[in-house]
Design a binder for this molecule. Sequence first.
Ligand code: SF4
Ligand code: SF4
Length: 181
Amino acid sequence: MPPISEQASRICSHCGLCCNGSLYSAVPLTPADRSKLIAVAEVLVEANGDLAWLQPCAAHDGSGCTVYDRRPLACREYQCGVLDSVAAGSLSAGDAVMLVSQVKSLAQSVAARLSAIDTQQQPKPLYQLLNDFDQHVQLLDPAAQRAMDPALLLTVGTLKMMLGKHFKVLEFADEQPPQSP
Ligand code: SF4
Ligand code: SF4
């Protein structure tokens, strides 16, 4: 969780999307982070040798970071697109809070729908649900793709577009506005 201006603090306390597994699958850790934070959560050693914590981050309590003063370097340096817009003056803090609420509500609805159709039957954070759903759709033959629920595709597409546009999630940066069913 990002810069600690008064405005950012207010917006982030309503959000948590960059900590709870909605935008990212993991928090990268430096060796210095690891030595400071090893007791907080298990460290995942990725295949390329990088260190990371899986998300949802164990240090997020639902409204903030419980290790704020010791948080990893990546968290210190991070600033999402919403905060970029507030810092640039193109979005007021009040509108940012409303935008965050709107995206969180949509995210909860999408997570519930994707969890219900997920074949692995195990709880997954939103980021993983979205990626697994994309893979699932890509593997379907064209007839099965055409038979999919258009309302679900519209909702998922709208969320991905908002995550790409407002939160700088790279995978969704080129997401086009979905067509209505
Ligand atoms: S360490 Fe803190 S700021 Fe970083 S992802 Fe976890 S809860 Fe968020
Ligand atoms: S996604 Fe942006 S607004 Fe939300 S908690 Fe992270 S930095 Fe704050």
